[in-house]
Design a protein around this ligand. Structure first.
Ligand code: FMN
Length: 347
């Protein structure tokens, strides 16, 4: 799959996720094999106003590359201005969000709301393409609702506007996150245009990743919720895609180490106070299914001192080790395809 200078065979990509894909999580996923990572979406209006919290989201690290910055907005003016500012942070490409279903975005004429206004969607896409020299991509859904599925039309329009690749989440706006993503519609989108199509929606395992490539014919795939607490999914998916063989499930040691690594990165980027707070919603997904997890989780989410958190994780690992020696642990615990319902409700 080619986007500007980036040329990767069947990339497995980390999806943009608000409050999740910050620098720490992006780097963690990169270390575990993600081929391309996306920032959380950033509001064009907020970038334009110079809102500090949003501007901070544009920053990235060299070793995250290739990395895309995603922006959203409901007017040509704000998007053009924000695109130029985002470009100055030197991501590998810029992505436009035409798929976000939540009220604070779609209710204000941005994100998925633009699927109901194809002329405006086209105007925004062309204006952003013309405003920057970086490649511009888009991420969208298959339509507003089931009576107005228009993904083939949308991808053609985006291609005409100069968009270099399009990520398609196989749900409508009205689906939100319900039901299953419709991979058949993604396959139709792939047939309808000649720019690369990135398939997205409901990849929870390496097997799903292989099936998604096969069923959609897409050039790349993008994983969102399936990577939360499970960055291993990238290496597992790539290994299965390229060799036809499955890597073993991550052990309790791997999972506790990933939580520690995530904590270290969060502290590095967000400082002690925010780094510790940020990590609190992640422990349960890293440790899910391991013995005595609720007890250790309760301690972890109350503890302000990172050194004590590291010690709690070490003690927890020692407990798991002891149980493992007695043969009382399943391989990898019950770590399959779950995600944190809390994170999804927030979104
Ligand atoms: C917590 C959360 C935050 C999200 N934030 C964004 C976002 O900022 N931009 C975006 O384009 N999609 C966002 N999404 C949608 C995901 O990128 C993805 O399209 C969706 O979750 C379906 O893929 P999955 O089944 O692999 O999770 C978000 C999803 C979740 C669960």
């Amino acid at each position: 799959m080619r986007i500007g200078q980036i040329d990767i065979d069947r990339p497995v990509i980390l999806a943009p996720m608000e409050d999740v894909t910050d620098r720490a999580f992006r780097q963690l996923c990169k270390r575990h094999g993600a081929d391309i990572v996306y920032t959380e979406f950033v509001s064009a209006e907020a970038i334009r106003r110079g809102a500090e919290k949003s501007i901070r989201k544009l920053a990235m690290d060299e070793h995250e590359r290739p990395v895309a910055v995603q922006i959203f907005g409901g007017t040509v003016e704000s998007m053009v201005e924000a695109a130029a500012i985002a470009e100055s942070y030197e991501p590998d490409y810029l992505d436009i969000n035409f798929g976000c279903p939540v009220k604070k975005v779609a209710g204000r004429g941005a994100g998925a709301a633009l699927l109901k206004e194809p002329e405006k969607l086209l105007a925004i896409a062309s204006a952003v393409v013309n405003a920057v020299s970086l490649p511009v991509t888009a991420k969208t859904r298959i339509g507003w609702d089931h009576d107005s599925i228009n993904i083939t039309d949308t991808v053609r329009r985006l291609e005409d506007a100069g968009i270099r690749a399009v990520a398609v989440h196989g749900r409508t706006r009205s689906d939100m996150y319900k039901g299953r993503a419709d991979w058949g519609r993604i396959a139709e989108a792939k047939q309808a245009c000649s720019i690369p199509v990135i398939a997205n929606g409901d990849v929870w395992s390496a097997d799903d990743a292989v099936a998604m490539f096969a069923e959609t014919g897409a050039d790349g795939i993008m994983i969102g919720r399936g990577s939360i607490g499970n960055p291993f999914i990238f290496a597992q998916a790539k290994h299965l895609i390229k060799t036809g063989e499955r890597l073993p499930l991550p052990s309790y040691r791997d999972r506790i180490e990933a939580a520690r690594e995530h904590l270290r990165l969060s502290l590095e980027y967000k400082g002690e106070k925010h780094g510790v707070l940020e990590m609190r919603r992640h422990y349960s997904t890293y440790l899910k299914g391991l013995p005595g997890v609720s007890k250790v989780r309760n301690l972890l989410v109350r503890e302000p001192d990172p050194a004590v958190i590291v010690e709690l994780l070490r003690e927890f690992e020692a407990t798991c080790e002891a149980l493992d020696r007695e043969g009382l642990l399943k391989e990898g615990g019950e770590f399959l395809n779950d995600h944190s319902p809390k994170l999804i409700l927030n979104y």
